[in-house]
Design a protein around this ligand. Sequence first.
Ligand SMILES: [Zn+2]
Length: 253
Amino acid sequence: MISIIMFWIRNKKVYGVIKVILKSFLVILALIVIKIIITAYPNMFFWHSITYKNFSVHSTQVIDNRIYKILDKATSNLTTFKINDTNAVYRVYLCQSSSFYHTLIFPYVAKSIAFNFPHTNMIFIKNADVLKDIANIEDMDDTRKLSKVITHEITHTFEEKVFQNAKIPFSNVETWKTEGYCDLVGYNDTLDITNAKEFIKGHKNTIMTFKDIRREYYFAVSYLVYFEKMSFEDILKSNLTLTEVLDKIENIR
Ligand SMILES: [Zn+2]
């Protein structure tokens, strides 16, 4: 057996292949280690930071004073829905460049405006502009208020706790429920039923954009919260489909 192995190792071709495989493995391992370090200690790349209430905000640029108003708005929205965890410290990372953002969150979802690591309360936001109070996904023409993005992402952290407490596996959770609820808390608006009915009617059997789909999620969850007085946990456990909820909205007199 040993003599066979020695023969293979002595064979130059096989030795060359083994060398390439080993080198590739070491490069991949090094990249994984670098990625883990970057994700665990992102502060080293963000030279400017402020702490305010239960937020710790980090940025690659000087942080404008408007950040306090933005954080106040996020706190107010979260408090309205009783999901502001005052014992938690929400670490918000404002990325001014989208390539930097994608490097930080790689290999997670590419087309996103923000990414949340709920277990570490770390939120990365793409193309964040504190002065204008916006963040955007440039290739999808989707610009949103920074305060709403922060609120939306913190609501995901709250949802994660609800899944755990209710022992609901994440794979069983429908996107329209989670995204719709995050947008509801983020917008913190009362539901404009006339607008919702017109929107749903006007988008039936049409090809919808990412923004349109999200709008329907928002309308559906808002209806369940404001009209059927359901909590997020009630919505999660409900067997209602998105289509059924949209039909209910359309049929409101
Ligand atoms: Zn989301």
